[in-house]
Ligand binder design. Sequence first.
Ligand code: NAD
Length: 358
Amino acid sequence: MQLNIAVVPGDGIGPEVTNQAIAVLRAVAQKFGHTLKHTTKNIGGAALVASGDPLPPDTLDACLSADAVLLGAVGGPAFDSYPRLKRPEAGLLRLRQELGAYANLRPAVCYAALETSSPLRADVVHGTNIMIVRELLGGLYFGQPRSLDGEPGARVAINTMRYSESEVERIARVAFDLAGKRRKKILSVDKSNVLECSRLWREVVTGVAAEYPNISLAHQYIDSAAMLLVMKPTEFDVVLTENMFGDILSDQAGGVCGSLGLLASASIGGKVGLYEPVHGSAPDIAGKGIANPLGAILSIGMMLRHSFHLEHEAESIETAVGTVLSQGCRTKDLARSGESALSTSEMGARVVSVLNAH
Ligand code: NAD
């Protein structure tokens, strides 16, 4: 198969982790007899510096004409004072919108070898395997009106949380379909005791559930779901939630599993799938060569599964990551005191070498 990929490394540690992810994709392509063609473009702060636009037209064209897109991360302190539409994050939000990627899948798996890296007790996290299904194109991040106006000292800011029935229904179906391939359990997370959007969300999700009698559905408020996630993470299977709640819960799940650097994501549902690690550009460690590339590498696994339907290839990456972790390979974020840490490129090379050896 020809794997035609657009790579948008972005800012901070984005280029560092995407380099390793591409090295792994190259190794998988070679091993399974696929041809890899990839083109690299600017996004976010890198694009702002180069052209004044966080999503330049040639980047968008390359992404729309690829079979799948790999993104690193965008953002950084240098851009914090930029106006909203000129911020790196605006480029990413626009890309998700242009690709029509409304379903963001964020698996959070606690690897056996990393149970002691979690800030929680090993017996609490043992067996944690969660799939967060986050709605990606609605809610507060996109709702209109939005503004920040007024004189200093009397300014008023507005954001709008907005959801239509059809937006809730389509993401709910993604979650129910996924749950059917897992432990058949969905927790829909909302704030329906306070928000109209959440009341609609709960009603629509309950309606969709009627079509899936083999899936058990429970509802939970976001505040108590956040608590439950650290108290009893193993009770979660599929978590279905709106844009901002999913953004927050998935970072929290990263903490539960030992590091945000481990988490992968797939944004699907549109013409072209977008794959990116859950973490941001991590300016505090950018340029040091110590970022954990496993979230980006596992995002390649999700790309192979969801965009190319290459299940064996996807599993080979997941198995290789599990193997390097069980061999004791750790980047700095995972190493406990006294343990030595691999660099970003050393960790990537270890994954490639396991892939080549099997
Ligand atoms: P972050 O995810 O960049 O970092 C949070 C913490 O996790 C930091 O201490 C960082 O060092 C650590 N971390 C993150 N990824 C890591 C990795 N792969 N290996 C080791 N440690 C890792 O979040 P932040 O600091 O809140 O945001 C930094 C910038 O990233 C901001 O500009 C923000 O807007 C942007 N951001 C972008 C995305 C995205 O591109 N999808 C997502 C979140 C944040």
